[in-house]
Write a new protein. Structure first.
Length: 294
């Protein structure tokens, strides 16, 4: 069962391929990978046809110098919650609970201010502690924008810990997105001072859920995250359980919530997350110590 009958498959830009081995063998079948099928992309070096524009706000500590803007496109959010993305060149793509990635062009030289423009009605925007931005209506996620670097580092740490090695440094920029009200909606910006910027955005954190009989203690709910749910941290931590429960109301329990949060923290590389309502209602720390399966 999918979040919407018209849901398309997870859409990630063809400009990047992400493949991560499974982190937690105790949570499912090993050898899973995350590939990047085609979707509504902003291809590498095509997020903007030119270098950043010469005008922009001053960088911190440089009040007399303007930092150029790099326009990454714009979103239009209708009153019904439909989201349309427009690339810098004018091409539009309708989003349906999909997720995509956008690279900053190689021609962009830091420092610069990356910018998304959002046209929206009755949508509230807020910045989360991990540097991502979410737009919601009536407490439900409409759109989230995050940087790949924090999640990429977290995944690298997970894999390195499992292998007993040290995580390699991330080549990506650590960008903290901030929303500001405009007359038509919001301007969401991030100051990039070093590194390569990869922005990730999506309209949902859970791709699909389905009940299974895995022959253990009872039925199991397989929840498949979107790339946003897998690669961002704060947004899925805030919205994923509500999305799961909206499809499978029986999953709206403390036990299932603890398992979902455990997988969000420690099983990002898994293809899907198996949540069992018959697991014991123990402390969350015990779930973490038991690799989500106490």
């Amino acid at each position: 069962m999918t979040l919407r009958s018209s849901r398309r498959s997870l859409a990630i830009s063809a400009a990047i391929a992400i493949a991560f081995p499974m982190v937690m063998a105790g949570c499912g079948v090993g050898g899973s990978t995350i590939d990047s099928p085609s979707g509504p992309p902003v291809a590498e070096d095509e997020a903007s046809s030119a270098a950043p524009s010469p005008s922009g706000p001053p960088a911190p500590g440089q009040p007399d110098e303007a930092v150029p803007y790099l326009d990454l496109g714009s979103f239009t959010i209708s009153s019904d919650g439909d989201v349309t993305y427009r690339e810098g060149a004018g091409k539009t793509s309708a989003l349906d609970d999909s997720t995509s990635l956008v690279w900053a062009p190689r021609s962009a030289t830091a420092p610069y201010t990356a910018r998304f423009l959002i046209e929206a009605a009755d949508v509230a925007a807020s910045a989360l502690p991990d540097g991502s931005v979410v737009l919601e209506r009536d407490g439900e996620l409409v759109l989230a924008i995050a940087s790949l670097e924090p999640a990429q580092e977290a995944l690298a740490r997970d894999l390195a810990d499992a292998a007993g090695t040290s995580a390699p440094p991330s080549p990506f920029a650590s960008a903290e997105w901030e929303p500001a009200r405009t007359g038509a909606g919001y301007e969401v910006t991030a100051l990039v001072t070093a590194g390569r910027l990869v922005a990730i955005w999506g309209t949902a954190t859970i791709e699909s859920v389905r009940w299974l009989d895995r022959g253990e203690g009872g039925k199991s709910l397989a929840a498949t995250p979107t790339a946003l749910g897998r690669l961002a941290s704060e947004a899925p931590y805030r919205y994923a359980m509500g999305e799961v429960a909206s499809i499978a109301p029986a999953a709206d329990t403390t036990v299932m919530d603890k398992q979902l949060r455990c997988h969000l923290l420690g099983a990002r590389a898994k293809e899907s997350w198996n949540l069992e309502p018959w697991r014991p209602d123990v402390d969350f720390a015990e779930y973490l110590l038991a690799r989500c399966n106490p």
